[in-house]
Write a protein that binds this ligand. Structure first.
Ligand code: SUG
Length: 418
C-alpha cells in the first residue's frame, strides 16, 4: 500500500455567482452584484487540476451540490419562487466549490486507530454555507466508503467549523506521523471569527489525535480584520515546511516554540510585513497557494495570477526561488472567477493522504476524465449569471440540468436526487 497526497478539487458549479454573501471576505463583498461567468469559472478550475496532474500529482474531485437547495428552503417553509432575494441567493450559492472548507482530514499515520478520519465542516457562520454539510457528508461517504476511512458527522452548532482551511499538518513525509495544527479565531474586530476553538478540539477528539502532536493556535485578530477570514489566507504548510505571514498568528513566538518542540525538523518560512504587507498578501492570495511536493521530492508553490501581478509578492517569490529556500518552483494558475469570491487555488482543494486504491474511483480524475467533464461544462454550464437573473425559472432549470448531466457522465447517480 502506498499513501500519497491527493488534492480533491471542488468542481465549480453551474450556479456560480457574486451575491456578496460573506462579510469579512473582502473580494466577495467588493464584487457583490458583478456578472459571473460559471462556464469560464469551471473551466479555470479544470485547467488548475490539469496543471497539478502535469506536475505529477494525484487529483480527485468533489461535485457541485444540488442548487438551489430545495431541502434547505423546505426546512424554512419556502419554495425557491417564494423566497426573498437574499434567501434565493443563499440557496443558490455555488460555495461548495471551495473544498478546503468541506472537511478536516487527519491521515491514518496521525490517528490512534490507524485509519484516516474526515469530519465535514458545519460552516454555521455564513447562512449560504451552513447548508452545505449534508451533501458534503453524502459525498464523503461515497468517496471514502472503504474501511480505511472514518467519516464523522459535523460538529454541532453553534461551534463554527470551517474545515481544512484552518488546519495544517507538518510531517517528515506525507506517509509519516504528523503534527496537526488547528487555527481558530476569536472575534473582536469588525468581522466574525469563523473557526471556533471548541469546534477544532471536537474534531481533534473524534479523529483520535495524539495530544502531544496536536496544537491549537489563535489566528491574529489583525489578520481577520485585514480580511483573512480563514487561516489559509495567511499560512500554508506542507511536509516539514510552514509558510506564513509574519502577522498570521496571535502569539507566534509561543506557537513556533511549541511547533519546534513537537516537530524539531520544521522549517518556518516567514514573510515579513515590511516586505509583503498584510494587505498585499491578502489581495494577491500569496498564501492561498498549494504548497506541494513534486515526485522528485522538491516543493512547488501553485499561486494565482494575482500573486504575479502584485509587485511586492512577486519580488519576494522570485527572490525566494533564486535563493536556497524550500520552494523551488512556482506554478501560476488563473482562477480569477473563484478569486473574485475570495477563493484561491488552495480554497478549491481538499487534501487527503491515502492509498488511491481505497478511494471510490469515480472521485479520481486524470486528463481523459477531465476532458469528459470539460465537455459537459461547455455544453451545459450557463455562460453568465447576473444578480438580476437569479430568480429566472429558465436559468434555474438550466443549472439543475447541468449538474444532472455531470453526475450522469461521472456515474455518481446516488447524488442526482439530493
Ligand atoms: O466562505 N466565498 C467563500 C470563499 C471561501 C474561501 N475558502 C478558503 N479560504 N479556504 C467564503 O467566504 C462568497 C459567495 C458569495 O458571496 O456569493 C463565498 O462564500
Amino acid at each position: 500500500m502506498s499513501r500519497v497526497e491527493i488534492n480533491f478539487d471542488g468542481i465549480i458549479g453551474p450556479s456560480h455567482n457574486y451575491a456578496g454573501l460573506s462579510p469579512g471576505n473582502l473580494a466577495a463583498m467588493k464584487n457583490r452584484g458583478a456578472v459571473a461567468y460559471p462556464r469560464a469559472a469551471a473551466l479555470q478550475g479544470i485547467a488548475k487540476m490539469r496543471a497539478n496532474i502535469a506536475l505529477g500529482l494525484a487529483q480527485g474531485i468533489l461535485v457541485p451540490h444540488a442548487r438551489p437547495d430545495h431541502r434547505w428552503l423546505a426546512q424554512l417553509g419556502l419554495t425557491y419562487a417564494e423566497a426573498q432575494p437574499h434567501l434565493q441567493a443563499q440557496a443558490l450559492s455555488a460555495s461548495a466549490m471551495w473544498a478546503a472548507n468541506a472537511a478536516t482530514v487527519s491521515p491514518a499515520p496521525d490517528t490512534a486507530d490507524g485509519i484516516c478520519h474526515l469530519s465535514p465542516a458545519n460552516l454555521v457562520t455564513m447562512a449560504h454555507r451552513s447548508h452545505e454539510w449534508p451533501e458534503t457528508l453524502a459525498q464523503l461517504r461515497l468517496a471514502f466508503a472503504n474501511p480505511a476511512f472514518a467519516v464523522h458527522e459535523p460538529v454541532p452548532a453553534p461551534f463554527g467549523d470551517e474545515g481544512a482551511a484552518n488546519h495544517m499538518r507538518l510531517c517528515a513525509a506525507h506517509d509519516a506521523p504528523g503534527v496537526e495544527v488547528f487555527v481558530y479565531g476569536v472575534s473582536g474586530g469588525p468581522f466574525p471569527a469563523r473557526q471556533h476553538r471548541e469546534a477544532s478540539a471536537s474534531v481533534a477528539r473524534h479523529h483520535r489525535l495524539d495530544a502531544a502532536r496536536t496544537l491549537f493556535v489563535q489566528q491574529s485578530e489583525e489578520a481577520i480584520a485585514a480580511g483573512a477570514f480563514h487561516n489559509d489566507v495567511v499560512a500554508v504548510a506542507n511536509e516539514r515546511v510552514l509558510f506564513a505571514h509574519e502577522l498570521a498568528f496571535a502569539d507566534k513566538g509561543a506557537f513556533y516554540a511549541d511547533l519546534r518542540r513537537a516537530f524539531p525538523e520544521v522549517e518556518i518560512v516567514e514573510v515579513p510585513d515590511a516586505e509583503v504587507p498584510l494587505t498585499d498578501a491578502i489581495t494577491s492570495y500569496l498564501f492561498n497557494a498549494q504548497l506541494v511536493t513534486l515526485p522528485g521530492g522538491e516543493m512547488a508553490l501553485v499561486v494565482p495570477e494575482e500573486a504575479r501581478e502584485t509587485p511586492s509578492v512577486w519580488r519576494w517569490l522570485e527572490a525566494h526561488v533564486a535563493g536556497n529556500g524550500p520552494i523551488r518552483r512556482l506554478e501560476v494558475v488563473d482562477v480569477r472567477q473563484s478569486m473574485a469570491n475570495g477563493g484561491g487555488p488552495a480554497c478549491l482543494r481538499l487534501r487527503v493522504v491515502a492509498d488511491p486504491a481505497t478511494i471510490d474511483p469515480r472521485f479520481l480524475v486524470g486528463h481523459a476524465k477531465l476532458d469528459r467533464i470539460a465537455a459537459v461544462i461547455e455544453a451545459h454550464w450557463p455562460e453568465r449569471i447576473g444578480q438580476d437573473e437569479i430568480a429566472d425559472p429558465p436559468l434555474i432549470a438550466r443549472i439543475e440540468a447541468a449538474r444532472r448531466a455531470l453526475l450522469e457522465t461521472l456515474g455518481i447517480v446516488e447524488l442526482i436526487d439530493r
